[in-house]
Write a protein that binds this ligand. Structure first.
Ligand SMILES: NC(=O)C1=CN([C@@H]2O[C@H](COP(=O)(O)OP(=O)(O)OC[C@H]3O[C@@H](n4cnc5c(N)ncnc54)[C@H](OP(=O)(O)O)[C@@H]3O)[C@@H](O)[C@H]2O)C=CC1
Ligand SMILES: O=C(O)C1=N[C@H](C(=O)O)C[C@H](O)C1
Length: 241
């Protein structure tokens, strides 16, 4: 399988080069901001994007024109990016996820189950810590875990999230899913989902020790995606969770 990388000089782009070779695939090349995207896509069977939301529209357009599938790992996406992905997924296979690792997607399944079974008197808070270079918050993973909790509770996350507290905030709103972000050092990605009730607390934690787990998952997703028909997919489908 020939895998092309969008965001190839970045931290994830570099981790992907090793993961592609380790899995017996071919690195078809890569682009960053100023690269020749059309040439890369023509040379690849599938694309993997770990860049920035800024270039997503152009990448989707070129993938659709060439009929090539794409894995989108880039985070910091806004609602309009999700509309663009839905639109492009009518023509090509697209997998978008805030986290490609097996461990985080297993955690999401556990969070959904806990949120479904615990009563509404259990407050849900999601804490994440990442390296000092990360530019978006909350992390894509924190939002993915929030979506899992909201699904378990059968509510819409957009209507039940608190994404930052500062000053006289008032008491916690019942049913909200809270988010908190820490930044520092070289942390590859730590996530804790806290279920807090009166007199007891459950904490579900995932810690990424390095980026190889994300790269390995992205390569697995890319190979899987080449066998799918047009549509929008997620990591839980790849991993059979
Ligand atoms: N889903 C997941 O499992 C994971 C997701 N991520 C996400 O992946 C993204 C990248 O992370 P990371 O590698 O640490 O970031 P880096 O900043 O190290 O790398 C980003 C790379 O993308 C390039 N880039 C930026 N804008 C564009 C564009 N418009 N077109 C093409 N290339 C572009 C940059 O090039 P230039 O220098 O020219 O700007 C840079 O080389 C982030 O959104 C991060 O949150 C990270 C890890 C796991
Ligand atoms: O920027 C990162 O580094 C990471 N980003 C993803 C996110 O926003 O959740 C995944 C991982 O935690 C590392």
């Amino acid at each position: 399988m020939k895998i092309g990388i969008i965001g190839s000089a970045g931290r994830m782009g570099q981790a992907l080069v090793d993961a592609i070779a380790a899995d017996g695939h071919t690195h078809a090349g890569g682009v960053d901001k100023d690269g020749d995207l059309a040439a890369l896509i023509a040379a690849s069977d599938v694309l993997v994007d770990f860049s920035s939301p800024h270039g997503l529209e152009a990448s989707l357009d070129v993938c659709v024109a060439a009929g090539k599938p794409i894995v989108i790992g880039t985070t910091g996406l806004e609602e309009r990016h999700h509309f663009l992905i839905d639109d492009a997924a009518r023509d090509i296979a697209i997998l978008q996820t805030g986290n490609t690792s097996l461990g985080v997607n297993m955690l999401a399944a556990l969070v959904e189950q806990a949120a479904r079974q615990l009563g509404a008197d259990w407050d849900i808070e999601i804490l994440e810590m990442h390296h000092r270079h990360k530019v978006d918050a909350p992390s894509g993973t924190a939002l993915l875990l929030g979506e899992a909790a909201a699904k378990g509770r059968a509510v819409d996350l957009k209507e039940h999230s608190d994404r930052g507290r500062d000053g006289i905030t008032g008491a916690r709103k019942a049913g909200d899913i809270g988010f908190a972000s820490l930044r520092g050092g070289s942390v590859a990605g730590d996530h804790t989902v806290i279920f807090a009730s009166d007199n007891e607390r459950i904490e579900l934690v995932h810690r990424a020790e390095n980026r190889s787990i994300f790269a390995r998952g992205a390569v697995k997703a890319a190979a899987w995606l080449t066998r799918q028909t047009p549509g929008r997919y997620n990591m839980q489908e790849v991993l059979g969770l």
